[in-house]
Design a binder for this molecule. Sequence first.
Ligand SMILES: C[S@@+](CC[C@H](N)C(=O)[O-])C[C@H]1O[C@@H](n2cnc3c(N)ncnc32)[C@H](O)[C@@H]1O
Length: 293
Amino acid sequence: MVEHYSVLHREVLEFSKLVAGGIFVDATVGGGGHSYLILKQNPNLKLIGLDKDDFALKVAKERLKEFEDRITLLKSSFKDLDKVLQSLQIREINGILFDFGVSTFQLKLERGFSFQREEFLDMRMDTTQKLTAYDVVNYYREQDLYNIIKTYGEEKFASKIAKSIAEYRKKKKIETTKELADIVYRCYPPNLRHGKIHPATRTFQAIRIEVNNELKDIEEGLEKAINLLAKNGTIMAISFHSLEDRIVKNTFKKYKELKFLEILTKKPITPSDEEIKENPASRSAKLRVGRRI
Ligand SMILES: C[S@@+](CC[C@H](N)C(=O)[O-])C[C@H]1O[C@@H](n2cnc3c(N)ncnc32)[C@H](O)[C@@H]1O
């Protein structure tokens, strides 16, 4: 079985108890970890699992095969949730979970998400889309690269990094994760190169967000999900960095003000020390939950 720790799964299961029956959407089914637990806990639920990544859907299909008659797995972005439900003739849903970002097994797929190994700069979740990280890094204007690295990476050396990328690619295209990571590394002052996170972390995050249109998808997906919730329907969203969390927080707040949504998590729920020890990648996770009024 492909390994993946489902982040905050105990907490997600607890809130899933609010969804007594009907349709549950796992908007980011990934390896099917959360879906497996939710289906097992609640025999009255039917589950629709979406993912942009064909490989993830293959893994989820295998993982969830004992629930075959209660699941529908589809390749789609959650930003098209309304169209997906229309095609299944479903008008409303009783619960939905978003678990953003990439899964542990995607990091190991040689798609260039990680700078720990030397891989082609790809970073696509949906491998049928055209735009890759290679295109962004080699063909975007320096100013656009700066904006992306600054905004999506919240990187303080964004200007220097964008400039160095533009300089480097005049001589040779930047093809691999390692080449890009080395360029970024050299933009950091020597005394800041060995901090808690690798200097390339933020730049890689920024480029991944750009390639996969992640923040726009999250905005659209959350809006559509809330509008498709049945009365008392539950929405859960797990984010991994401040830009994602801000979108979740603001969207929930907007619908609270419209008296459409009750927010069940005054503060976001974060993993226990025990979970972080078991799975260090969970350390930045934040879960927010809302319920349709
Ligand atoms: C962190 S993983 C989910 C893991 C899953 N909850 C589990 O327990 O196995 C995130 C998944 O979301 C998918 N994804 C990211 N953006 C998406 C989008 N806009 N639409 C659909 N799936 C998306 C990724 O391909 C990845 O498989």
